[in-house]
Ligand binder design. Sequence first.
Ligand SMILES: Nc1ncnc2c1ncn2[C@@H]1O[C@H](COP(=O)(O)OP(=O)(O)OP(=O)(O)O)[C@@H](O)[C@H]1O
Length: 600
Amino acid sequence: EEDEVNRSLIQFMTNISPGNAGRSSNWSMNSDPCTDKWEGVICDSQSKFVRKVILDGLNLDGILDAESLCKVRTLAVLSLKNNSVVGKLPEGISSCKRLTHLYASGNHFSGELPQSLSRLSNLKRLNISNNNFSGVLPDLSRISGLISFLAQNNQLRGEIPKFDFSNLQQFNVSNNNFSGPIPYVDGRFSASSFSGNPGLCGPPLSNTCPPSLPSKNGSKGFSSKQLRIYSGYIILGLIIVLFVFYKLFRKKRPKGEKVEVIKKGVSMESSSNKPSSVSSQLKTSDNRSEYSITSAEAGMTSSSLTVLSSPVVNGLRFEDLLRAPAELIGRGKHGSLYKVVLENKMVLAVKRIKDWGISSQDFKRRMQKIDQVKHPNVLPPLAFYCSKQEKLLVYEYQQNGSLFKLLYGTRNGEVFEWGSRLGVAASIAEALAFMYSELHDDGIAHGNLKSTNILLGKDMDPCISEYGLMVVEDQDQQFLAQADNLKSNGPSGYTAYSTFKVDVYGFGVILLELLTGKLVQNSGFDLARWVHSVVREEWTVEVFDKALILEGASEERMVNLLRVALKCINPSPGERPTINKVAGMINTIKEEEERSIVSI
Ligand SMILES: Nc1ncnc2c1ncn2[C@@H]1O[C@H](COP(=O)(O)OP(=O)(O)OP(=O)(O)O)[C@@H](O)[C@H]1O
């Protein structure tokens, strides 16, 4: 494999300097790029893996052969500043999956940027300024970790993608042919980042955008906002009519009959005789079920669905949920999860909670409390339904799956590299610290923290789901029993306090999973014990995920994170650090990591 790296690098060099201009002298097949210190090649501290290729200002006048270069799978930094490289930035650049820094400024690159560029999910800095690039930009806003994008002095056109400007430290697209409104830049960038694009408008430039054209299928002069308002009235009217019908209708029904939602194979706990008015229409295919309910019941039940503050599902009604096709996608200890596709194509995840002895009032209060605390890395509940028999929670469905799947599923050749893992750990810890600071007095912790409950958002940002839905997992039963004893004659809320400590344990297990890539089945205990036993022998790389070692991740920082994990899974809850402390420790590691990368 080493030979392959040598051959690939030399092939790359041959293509980028066909006339031998500026070719570094000591690249040859019978030497080693790391130990023989090839000019422009920088390796990891143990001289095992090529990390950076830096060939600035060498009059290179060939093409960028990404296919060869990207065979060096450990490459993180490519810098070709101020040469005369020609041709396109090739589609194959996306095979350099670990690339964090790509500097191509000051060359003669031309043509469109490849769409595949947006798949370089680990990219932090991208500089393509001072070239002849043309065409529209790929959707680089998908790269969530991007902190610098410099593209000034090209001939790029089209609209500027909706970057998350709050994450960007550097941004410049001046002197191109971009057009249309500038996305909201959060006051972070000035006109100079956008100037020299005659078609661009809106702040921070001083020209205002022309009013947008009315839509073609002209709704007789209604704006979409007006339309929404009017349709809201119509829906409200319908609900009132339904309600009146329901009142009239109910008088004729025998007393005591309960309305029930019946789903495939899962009949409701409360009564076994199905009321005649409920038809249960079930599809036979596995895992698919359809709820069905008569309009009279729909009229009644709609009043019990509480839609929370998120604007995403404005006007959602219980009937909408019942009518939509629902697919069972998980049946856990605490209930089942359905994927529900609404008529308007919106996809929801509906959690049906099993056996939770909480009163409706307490449940409501709890959900409303949680709804008031918002953090970008915590999936907010959109709505909940609560009756004696049934507790449902509605979330937005997350297409990108869970951390569990990312770690253990088939990865399609995607790498989940060290920097991203560290980022995930830091984001979750920070989000938890924030939630706790807001919800501590109410004693609402997560309660069921594990990698299936860490979902990945659109930009692969981690998102904690099912916050506050559960009370406490098993592993601390002993401690909880003690806590309960204390509680009966001690300060109230002690159990709640312990729930936060249980979360810290759960978080520690997630850290272990990130570090080892090993499966923690249901208990989490085996992995913890195994790690302890390996670590007792001596600090060793045995425990770490092979992929991390191969990538050349810093052993020192992995060990530091392992130390944090071990503190979190301390068998005695009182000894575990607070999540604030944990977040602080992880951030320190992350800062060290970032310093080590940026220092080129
Ligand atoms: N909002 C969502 N969008 C997409 N997938 C989700 C969503 N919520 C959960 N999932 C995924 O669906 C699967 C089933 O979820 P469920 O919550 O039933 O399982 P669990 O977390 O293992 O069990 P439990 O929470 O009951 O202990 C999990 O793999 C989870 O990652």
